[in-house]
Design a binder for this molecule. Structure first.
Ligand SMILES: NC(=O)c1ccc[n+]([C@@H]2O[C@H](COP(=O)([O-])OP(=O)(O)OC[C@H]3O[C@@H](n4cnc5c(N)ncnc54)[C@H](OP(=O)(O)O)[C@@H]3O)[C@@H](O)[C@H]2O)c1
Length: 360
């Protein structure tokens, strides 16, 4: 049986993916740092292994699983040692990264992956896959290169009551340190193929989904931006999200972020934010949507949508399907985002539905 390791096996995504893969007959090993939580999380038919993050690389080299799924963020910190071990051990690697640091860093390891004959996949979740798939589908219809692309991700995300937590709080208050083309608390877009600053929450657009829901999206520099640029080859690319801070929050951002350049302020802000509690929220819409608008050199415009289920459910089925395909030797050597590797059909294979031919 093909063995798949799931790092972060006690987490929301790790647990759900392990259930899907176990049901599909794979030998799943949930990896986590706490024996009690791991026991509670392990579904019938799966195995578990207690390891700290520091112990994981040596264990991968020793046991040589076929595929490792990393669900422990922030991925800019956790990916590299696990990828090193996977390349040494002959394992394929998948993660759920969706940020401007981790996605390009993993993709930059393409030559190493090719040399090792292994497949590395980043962005195996709703945001990257949901938007790059629409771009790939639209650009496959023409032989000329697009001039301009805007992608919008519209997750319909159900929230379970809880605290913001340290990982998410850290990501929010740390901003984008070390990302070229602008400052730590600025957004990014591509102009002429280069990253430039833009305002987070700017470039607001009102969209009506094919279901008739009205949504507002605004600039949000995430992994979608990098994936859409690579999928289209367009010099000018913007990525936006319906979850971008908007309205009153946008007004506060320049003031709020300026003091975050001081590390002690960031640490305090992170601790306070981590403790913020949020209530249960049902999924606000029937579908999560990826949307893309492509402008061509002749001035014509094409648009398309991809309907997916509730955003967390979409992430689970996408990650599980990518891992399943790699376990069945369907990968190709290199470092990829999911639709770059498997094409826009990947989304359809997990129940996604394209709605295109939409008039611009
Ligand atoms: N790309 C996308 O669309 C997408 C979608 C969903 C999630 N994500 C990302 O995927 C990650 C997982 O999301 P989730 O909702 O499943 O999170 P979660 O429920 O909070 O689970 C996080 C997991 O990581 C483990 N973990 C955290 N810090 C660790 C550390 N220092 N050492 C070892 N294990 C550690 C936790 O283990 P313990 O139980 O021991 O704490 C837990 O198993 C997040 O980074 C999230 O941003 C991306």
């Amino acid at each position: 049986m093909t063995t798949v390791w799931i790092l972060g096996g006690t987490g929301r995504t790790g647990r759900a993916v392990s259930e899907v893969l176990t049901a599909r007959g794979l030998d799943v090993v949930l990896v986590g740092r706490d024996a009690g939580r791991l026991r509670a999380a392990t579904p019938p038919g799966a195995r578990s292994m207690v390891l700290t993050s520091a112990e994981v690389p040596a264990a991968v080299r020793r046991d040589r699983p076929r595929v490792v799924l990393n669900t422990v963020g922030p991925f800019a910190g956790t990916a590299d040692p696990v990828v090193d071990a996977c390349l040494d051990a002959g394992a394929d690697y998948v993660d759920l990264a969706n940020d401007m640091a981790a996605v390009p860093a993993l993709l930059a390891r393409n030559a190493e992956a090719v040399a090792a004959g292994r497949t590395l996949v980043t962005g195996a979740g709703f945001g990257v896959t949901g938007t790059e798939s629409v771009v790939a589908r639209l650009t496959a219809t023409r032989s000329d290169a697009p001039l301009r692309v805007r992608v919008d991700m519209v997750p319909s995300l159900a929230l379970q009551a809880g605290q913001v937590g340290e990982a998410l709080a850290g990501t929010i208050v740390e901003g984008l340190p070390g990302i070229p083309g602008g400052g730590r608390f600025q957004g990014r877009l591509y102009l002429g193929g280069q990253l430039h600053p833009t305002r987070i929450g700017g470039m607001v657009q009102r969209l009506v989904t094919p279901d008739g829901d009205v949504v507002t999206t605004a600039a949000m520099p995430l992994g979608e931006l990098v994936a859409a640029q690579r999928a289209s080859g367009a010099p000018d690319v913007l990525a936006a999200s319906s979850e971008a801070p908007s309205g009153r929050l946008v007004g506060l951002l320049p003031l709020g972020t300026s003091i975050l350049v001081f590390a002690p302020v960031r640490r305090l802000a992170g601790r306070l934010l981590a403790r913020v509690r949020f209530p249960d929220r049902p999924a606000p819409r029937t579908h999560s949507w990826g949307h893309a608008r492509v402008t061509w050199t002749d001035g014509s415009v094409t648009r398309g949508w991809l309907a997916l289920p509730e955003a967390q459910e979409a992430t689970v089925v996408i990650a599980a399907e990518v891992v399943r395909r790699l376990a069945d030797d369907e990968g190709r050597p290199g470092a990829w985002t999911p639709a770059a590797l498997f094409g826009p059909e990947l989304a359809e294979s997990v129940g996604g539905r394209y709605v295109d031919g939409v008039r611009a």
